[in-house]
Design a binder for this molecule. Structure first.
Ligand code: BG6
Length: 465
């Protein structure tokens, strides 16, 4: 038994979403198409994002529900294509006005806005010019950053640069960072440019929003070795270096870590670094680290049988060229109905690893359970989601008691939205949105059981889980 520390009084009890997954109105009020809108292909049985949860038209109702939930913070993303439809041209006043309305509604409700600058939805016009592989994208992002810091900086003090840059690299083809068949060097060149864009945004934020805080928002989940065999431990260390620390060592310390760099060189994937890049990268420091956590990974030493593959779809760091690890499953962890492992203790392990390595405040910007919820008589009995969230929040309190500086918790998602590749039926929200994959029904909102439970958690600042 040990005495646990209470959650800090100013803890940001929040919830999250992203523009393209919740807003809909994909081509309204001057918005340009993003790579998501241009995709035109969705896995069989899943809807597109044209209407999503219709939050664009219903944000006032949604914010009123967030206020009723008691949210202290709401993490949303700004669609670049609403602000600058072609990515680097004219600013679209109607798009700018939408986020003013949303932010004003949040502030009026006493909810701290946390804005992600970019969540997977690159302007299609920039993609046509090579996307992040084209160095010009860095300046386009800096221009976008200047516009949004100038517009919203007096009201938004918490900024996240790029959502899950590491997933954009590790799932490069799925998210459109590279086209099928492009070499891995193209992927890591795009990654390098995103790092530069992030650094420029950091500098601009500190210049234009002097009391603003800005940080990266990768997906960070610790990797375990399958056994205590030293080579399994080494494989897990390699995995952590390439999947996790590569992104944060760069964001925080402005350097490529040596294990990751050696891997990039050995696999012919090292990016070209222009003069001045490393100086720029080393000149910035984020104010905090935001991270998304779903579950840990487990790997084993490579079998060197040509079959070394990764679990969880992280194919880009799976071997092929160089066997650094083999995928493994963790026999101690249960799974969601979508096959994702559930590891609350791994959440604490991840907090501790992040804190030990970087000593920066940590903000959780995603964590949650995707499930096939059922609406019956206006109710959704999602006790499985409550269990998941309770177990994870309990681990945050343990991490806080370990001495980790945790700023807040914004689970995924505030309201039902369209998942990244499994449609609307995979729901995460505290608020149910009545629509099916293809039938939009009436898009009415319903409070799930988890809504009432989380309201109590927030009201008691985590004392009553
Ligand atoms: C994160 C993304 O990777 O995971 C979100 O930032 C996404 O956009 C979330 O929705 C859950 O993943 P999925 O595939 O279940 O939607």
């Amino acid at each position: 038994y040990r005495e646990l520390k209470a959650f800090p009084a100013d803890f940001l009890w929040g919830a999250s979403s992203s523009a393209y997954q919740v807003e809909g109105a994909w081509n309204e009020d001057g918005k340009g198409p993003s790579v998501i809108d241009a995709l035109g292909y969705y896995p069989p049985g899943t809807s597109d994002y044209t209407v999503a949860s219709d939050h664009y038209h219903r944000f006032a109702e949604d914010v009123a529900l967030f206020a009723e939930l008691g949210l202290k913070a709401y993490r949303f993303s700004i669609a670049w294509t609403r602000i600058i439809p072609d990515g680097d041209g004219e600013v679209n006043p109607a798009g700018v006005a939408f986020y003013h309305r949303l932010i004003d509604a949040l502030v009026a409700a006493g909810i701290t806005p946390i804005a992600t600058m970019y969540h997977f939805d690159l302007p299609a016009a920039l993609d046509a010019k090579g996307g992040w592989q084209n160095r010009e994208c860095v300046d386009a992002f800096a221009k976008f950053a200047e516009v949004i810091f100038g517009e919203y900086g007096d009201k938004v003090k918490h900024w996240l640069t790029i959502n899950e840059q590491n997933m954009m690299v590790l799932y490069g083809e799925a998210i459109g960072t590279v086209k099928p068949g492009q070499p891995k060097s193209a992927l890591y060149q795009a990654n390098h440019h995103m790092m530069l864009a992030q650094a420029k945004a950091n500098l601009l934020c500190h210049e234009l929003v002097p009391d603003g805080l800005i940080g990266p928002a990768p997906n960070i989940a610790l990797c375990y070795p399958e056994t205590c065999h030293p080579l399994d431990v080494l494989a897990a260390d390699d995995f952590n270096a390439i999947r996790n620390w590569l992104y944060l060592d760069m964001a925080v310390e402005g350097r490529y870590n040596s294990v990751a760099w050696a891997y990039l060189e050995e696999t012919g994937a090292a990016p070209q670094i222009a003069q001045g890049d490393l100086e720029l990268l080393a000149s910035v420091r984020p104010d905090f680290i935001a991270f998304n956590y779903y579950a840990t990974h487990t790997v084993a030493r490579p079998r060197s049988d040509g079959q070394d593959v990764a679990t969880g779809g992280d194919q880009q760091i799976a071997v092929g060229e160089k066997g650094i690890y083999a995928g493994a499953s963790n026999p101690f962890l249960p799974h969601t109905e979508f096959g994702w492992e559930i590891d609350p203790i791994g959440f604490r392990n991840t907090f501790r690893a992040l804190w030990d390595r970087y000593h920066l405040p940590l903000l959780v910007t995603e964590n949650g359970l995707g499930a096939f919820d059922k609406l019956e008589d206006g109710q959704v009995h999602d006790s499985y989601r409550i269990d998941y969230l309770r177990d994870h929040i309990a681990q945050i309190q343990l991490a806080v008691s370990d001495g980790v500086d945790v700023m807040g918790y914004c689970p995924w998602s505030a309201i039902d939205l369209v998942s990244t590749h499994q449609g609307v039926s995979k729901r995460y929200g505290f608020i149910y949105v009545r629509r099916d994959e293809f039938d939009l029904l009436d898009l009415a909102r319903f409070k799930k059981d988890s809504f009432h439970w989380y309201a109590k958690v927030i009201a008691t600042s985590g004392a009553d889980l």
